[in-house]
Design a binder for this molecule. Sequence first.
Ligand SMILES: Nc1nc2c(ncn2[C@@H]2O[C@H](COP(=O)(O)OP(=O)(O)OP(=O)(O)O)[C@@H](O)[C@H]2O)c(=O)[nH]1
Ligand SMILES: [Mg+2]
Length: 339
Amino acid sequence: MEIDDLVTRMKQGDRRAVGRLISLAENDLAAARGISARIFKDTGKAYIVGVTGAPGAGKSSLVNQLIQLLVNKGARLGIVCVDPTSPFSGGALLGDRIRMKEDYPPGQVFIRSMASRGKLGGIARATKDTISILDAFGLDYIIVETVGVGQNEIDIYNTAYTTLVLLAPGMGDEVQTFKAGIMETSDIYVVNKMDHEGADRLVSEIESMLDLGENTQLTHDDNHVITAIKKSSVAGWRPSIKMTNSLTGEGVSDLWDEVLAHKAFLETSGMLRQRLEHRFKNEIVEILRATFTYHLDEALDPSKNAEVKSLLEAAISRSKSPYDISDSIGKFIIKKIRR
Ligand SMILES: Nc1nc2c(ncn2[C@@H]2O[C@H](COP(=O)(O)OP(=O)(O)OP(=O)(O)O)[C@@H](O)[C@H]2O)c(=O)[nH]1
Ligand SMILES: [Mg+2]
């Protein structure tokens, strides 16, 4: 069987087998299930770091700096670039941008780009499977770069253990970023392009946002009047702010120390367990959604299910309501999933 063979080759260090397994998992749910069955026990060793932020903030440049730093430390890395806007799939664009810059020692860095098109069950599900495969491959760190728009930054927070949110001065989107709820999805803020004017000001802006978020909590009384009250105690991790220049590498080593500090915090506080719970719950929902969507598409395809046409006829003739019909189709799908 192809998957067995590929997994064996992956365990022997064959990078091409890794790439092939990722492609299979991306495009075929049954394959993804089969791969997971063979590798899941070997996962859980890699530390997953998310890098998100506005387009052009310098994410890829920073990742490139992190690669150099970590490769010099002898670590083995996986880089996953998630670009939901890119029409290309597999090994396109962002990955190439990183790859072009440096020649990394063979076997130490594995780079994979992902675009949303053609990813069955969504890019978030495919990203998690990719991470699992790289984890089973035996990499120490997996860095996931994703553009911080819409759902993506929430997905990355649900996937990574430490999430870096990149901001750059002068982009005019600082305040909007906070409003978009990114504050809850950041472990470390990175003010990149520290060589640009306004970097210090941006740091103070983030500081005051954090002060506000830490000390106050919104509440409302019986008349729905919203007020900010002081939080009595503050538990956990206050996101830190680090400045970097991703062209020269300034501040990058310090940033990495902070990532390790956050890792240590998660491990000693028991928060890592909580994150894992959250992450697996999220992953299970994604798999169920993908599975259900797949079977739903199949069930509604007249070439695969002759009954669909007659059900639609029944709706047109008003003998069965759309609710009745969805009940029947729902039951049909559940039977399929049970099999
Ligand atoms: N001056 C300065 N320029 C930087 C720095 N970091 C990145 N850049 C430049 O900013 C531009 C965007 O950098 P990228 O690393 O491609 O940014 P990105 O966030 O990955 O962009 P997308 O993937 O397109 O969202 C490039 O021209 C970089 O050379 C920095 O610290 N200082
Ligand atoms: Mg990029």
